[in-house]
Structures are given as structure tokens and as C-alpha cells.
Ligand binder design. Structure first.
Ligand code: SF4
Ligand code: SF4
Length: 217
């Protein structure tokens, strides 16, 4: 199967790339094989977040720790479409649950594609969209071929803005204090978590913030 066949299934707001299983390290391979022992290729789907409302998280039953958002549901629909296509061709595939459940870091996998790299803010930065990308991962036992180059572009310009802006000093030059970030996120409203280090990043176009609307009683 060729990657171009999969590209034809996705809308313009999304991008897709593949990774051969032999590009994964031992641990990644082991985790992925738990989901599909015969895994040969990993498909990484990225959706461009253009509107802040797409990342408003709502508490409801979902495969992502009981909360979801429009981007989450949208990418799930598209990844299911890809899954159906692969299975129609007679191969197996499996949608990988989010990292909190599967233990598989999507951004680390996306680093192995041509999409971008992890920036100093420890977010995945797409070459053009910057941090405004929502990732989903599917694995399959068919080898996906592609003529795309496999080098990783440098996206982060190391401007240091995210390090200065983080209110809890979670970001340092070579390390990320995920506990501090998590605590700060938990303090924020569930509907709109902290996006400071994404909004300050000069890569990509930052979606407009949602203004609170005054409702007359
Ligand atoms: S999301 Fe907020 S708390 Fe977490 S690293 Fe970014 S700025 Fe800091
Ligand atoms: S704010 Fe600057 S240093 Fe931080 S991730 Fe974006 S480009 Fe890199």
C-alpha cells in the first residue's frame, strides 16, 4: 500500500505520514506489538487547529480519560476511515489509545515523520502549523510505502519565549517538569487548559482566543 492512497482519504485540514516499525526503539516496538503483534507500519495523523474552540475539552465518556474535544472527535473519525480502508484491503489495524492510557508518546512517534519536531516547549511543532496540531496514531500489519524524504526538519528556533512565559517554570533548556505543568493544568478550567507556551511560540498561526460572552440574566 502506498501513502498516497491514505492521503486521498483525509481532508485538507489534516496531514498524514508513516513510519516503518524498524525505525522505532525497542520499548516503542514492544508497546506497539502489545496492540498488534504483527505491526509493520505506524500511521501518524495530524489535524491543524485553526480555531480555539476545537481544543475546548469537555468532560464526557471517551477513550481519552473521560474528556474530549472537537479536534479529538474529528481525528478519531478520520483515523477510523483509514482503518476501514486498510481492513477492506484485507489487513489488520489498531487505533492506539492516547498516551495516558497506552503509554505511547504520539509526539515522539511524530518526530520520526517529516511533519516536524518537538520544540523547546516540549510540544510537537509542525513545520508550518507550529504547536497547533492534534495527533492520532494507527498501526497496521501492511507495509506502507512512501517516496517522501524522512529527514526531520528543524522547526524550533530556540527563541526562549516559552521558557520565560511558563508561570510555573516547568520548561527548562533541556528538561521539562511535567508534574508542575500537570498541576497548573489541573488548576485551570477543564474546558480550556493552559496554552501559554503554545500561544507564545512564533511558529505557526495562533488561533484567536475565545472571549467570554456576557449573558444578560
Ligand atoms: S502548558 Fe502552561 S504550565 Fe505547562 S509548560 Fe506550558 S506554559 Fe507551562
Ligand atoms: S517559543 Fe521559541 S523556543 Fe519555545 S518552542 Fe517555540 S520556537 Fe522553540
Amino acid at each position: 500500500m502506498n501513502l498516497t492512497e491514505i492521503k486521498e482519504l483525509i481532508p485538507k485540514c489534516c496531514t498524514v505520514d508513516k513510519i516503518d516499525i524498524n525505525k522505532c526503539d525497542k520499548n516503542e516496538k514492544r508497546y506497539l506489538e502489545e496492540f498488534l503483534p504483527s505491526v509493520k507500519s505506524i500511521i501518524v495523523l495530524g489535524h491543524h487547529i485553526k480555531d480555539s474552540r476545537e481544543w475546548i475539552w469537555t468532560q464526557m465518556k471517551s477513550d481519552r480519560e473521560n474528556c474530549t474535544c472537537i479536534a479529538d472527535l474529528h481525528t478519531k473519525d478520520i483515523i477510523k476511515k483509514i482503518k476501514n480502508y486498510i481492513e477492506w484491503e484485507g489487513y489488520n489495524s489498531k487505533i492506539i489509545p492516547y498516551p495516558g492510557i497506552s503509554g505511547i508518546r504520539f509526539k515522539k512517534l511524530a518526530m520520526k515523520t517529516t511533519m516536524g519536531e518537538i520544540g523547546d516547549n516540549f510540544l510537537f511543532l509542525h513545520n508550518e502549523w507550529g504547536p497547533w496540531i492534534h495527533l492520532r496514531v494507527l498501526i497496521t500489519d501492511i507495509k506502507i510505502k512512501s517516496s517522501q524524504k524522512t529527514y526531520i526538519n528543524e522547526v524550533c528556533i530556540h527563541c526562549g519565549k516559552c521558557i520565560k512565559a511558563c508561570p510555573v517554570n516547568a520548561i527548562n533548556e533541556n528538561s521539562f517538569n511535567s508534574q508542575r505543568c500537570k498541576e497548573r493544568q489541573e488548576k485551570s478550567n477543564i474546558s480550556h487548559s493552559c496554552e501559554i507556551c503554545a500561544r507564545i511560540c512564533p511558529i505557526g498561526e495562533t488561533p484567536k482566543k475565545i472571549k467570554s460572552v456576557k449573558v444578560d440574566e
